[in-house]
Every structure is written in C-alpha cells, then in structure tokens.
Design a protein around this ligand. Structure first.
Ligand code: PLP
Length: 286
C-alpha cells in the first residue's frame, strides 16, 4: 500500500495516525464499505456509495464527503486503468471526542479512512470442490442492514467456522436463515433458487443484488422468500455471495454433504454469468 486516505490527505500508512479517543476505537461507532475494482474499474461503485449513505443515515452520521469527492478519493487509491484488481476499504467513524461518553457532543468531525488492497484471485480448488460452512444462531443485533464497524459477532462466527475447518458461518434466527457472517446466502431446493428477502436483519449485499439481476436477465428463476433452516439443510445447492469472494458454492454444511457434495449446475451457470460481468467491468464496458 503506497498511500491511504485519512481525513482529507493522502499519506503513507506509517504516517497515518488516529487518536485513541476516536469513537470507532472506543465504541465501534462507525460504518464501512468494501468496494471491488477490476483493472482499475469499480464494480458497483454507485450501489456501494448508496448503501454507505443509508448506513450513515441510519447511524445519524452526516455524509463527510460529497459523492463526487468519494469517487475522486477512491479512484486515486486504485490508480488508473489498467490497474491491479483491488478492493477499497472505507470507514467513517463519528470522530474523536474529548470524553469517552456514549452521547457524542455536537461539533465532532467524523474520521474518514480509505485504503486499497489487492483482491486475492479465487483458488481453483473452490470451483472444483466448493467450500465448507457451519451453522449458528444469529447472535448479532437487530440492525444487520447497517454496515456497522461493530463486528464482534462476525469475528466470533468466523473463528467458530475456522475452528471447524470451514470458511463461513451461516446464521439463523428463530429457525430462519439470515445470512453468513460476511456474506449473503442463496439456496437451491426443489428446483427453486431462493434467497432470504431484504430486511433489517441482514445486509443488502451488492453481490446478492447483482446475482439476482444477472439471474433475471438470463432467465434463471428465483424467489426472495424466507428460507427455513430445514430447507437449508436439505438443499441441493447453497451459495455465498460477497464483493471480494463473488459467488461461492457451499458443498459441506456442518460436516454433511450439500447435494452430491460438488458445486452444483446452477452455481456453474451463475458463476459463468458473474465472471462474464466482471470481464466487462474490467474492460470498462459497465
Ligand atoms: N452480509 C454481511 C454480514 C457482510 O459483511 C457482507 C460483506 O461483507 C455481505 C453480506 C455481502 O455484501 P456485499 O455483496 O455488498 O459485499
């Protein structure tokens, strides 16, 4: 990383400093986004910035930058096309206040941080073998739609998954699937492709939305409906979606095979559509 963006300046990482009184550090009081780019072109920049606005509004934080300023900052971080594949992480906290008080006084300026990191290419074994997941009750708060930096539950869930040699934890609340710790979930069951509908309980994933758009454009039927844990367990296919991991096939759930234990036919179709879309992004055609 050559430089990152902090509060209006581009600086080398070692020159970037944030106060220990920052509310992001003390309270996890802030929001974030992760935006992928291919060859120097962002995938889903505007939907990501729309979701950032929604998260900021839900947290009663004012937008610290105008839309065109965000675009300029993010473009500078990834460089000119043809650049390497990178994602930008951006974070806005409520800022640094003099006291550690849950109630933030007026006039505190938000802290704005953004940096770019390489996107690791998907390991070929994933398309051959898929990934393993575990399930766990959803122990998070009731505002999964806010992309909050308070990620204690997600950190715990990823640890649980790693301890079980799995990539991700799929969470459920009252018998209904919500989402992964860091991804949305799709299920193919009884020939139908389904994903839980948007609600306050889960993040409205940009990749989820793109997958549904691609499905719609290419005649793959799907339904947004509540997915019972029983349906998940009996599914023929399970997919995860996220900006940096794209759409992944899940072939083991809690140690049991999903379907025949291999990435499914519908996933192959969706992955081909997704890879094609990415190639068009990379070429600057979307
Ligand atoms: N759900 C959660 C809880 C996440 O943290 C993420 C991404 O980090 C997603 C879903 C997927 O969202 P997106 O496709 O916008 O990356």
């Amino acid at each position: 990383m050559n430089e990152l963006y902090l509060n209006g300046a581009f600086v080398p990482p070692e020159a970037a400093h944030i106060s220990v009184m920052d509310r992001g550090f003390l309270f996890g009081d802030g929001v974030y986004e992760v935006i992928p780019s291919y060859g120097g072109h962002f995938l889903g920049l505007e939907p990501h910035l729309d979701r950032l606005d929604a998260s900021l509004a839900a947290m009663r934080l004012e937008a610290p930058l105008a839309r065109e300023d965000w675009r300029a900052v993010l473009r500078r971080l990834i460089g000119e096309p043809p650049a390497a594949d990178q994602y930008v992480y951006l974070q806005v906290t409520r800022g640094t206040a003099p006291e550690r008080d849950h109630l933030c006084p007026a006039g505190v300026r938000p802290t704005v941080l953004a940096f770019a990191k390489p996107i690791k290419p998907r390991a070929p074994a994933i398309a051959e073998q898929g990934v393993a997941c575990i399930t766990h009750p959803d122990i998070r708060w009731l505002r999964g739609d806010i992309k909050s930096i308070s990620l204690a539950a997600a950190v715990l869930m990823r640890r649980e998954a790693a301890d079980a040699d799995a990539l991700e934890t799929i969470m459920h609340r009252d018998g209904w699937v919500t989402e992964g710790a860091v991804s949305n979930v799709f299920v193919v069951a009884g020939g139908a492709l389904m994903t839980p509908p948007k609600s306050r309980l889960l993040l409205s994933g940009i990749t989820r939305e793109l997958a549904l758009t691609l499905a719609h454009e290419h005649g793959l039927e799907f339904v947004e409906r509540p997915v019972a844990l029983d349906i998940l367990r009996a599914a023929d296919e399970i997919w995860l979606s996220s900006s940096t991991r794209e759409v992944l096939p899940v072939t083991r759930l809690d140690g049991e095979l999903v379907g025949d234990g291999r990435p499914g036919l519908l996933w192959r179709r969706m992955d081909a559509l997704y890879q094609d879309y990415k190639a068009r992004v990379r070429a600057g055609h979307v």
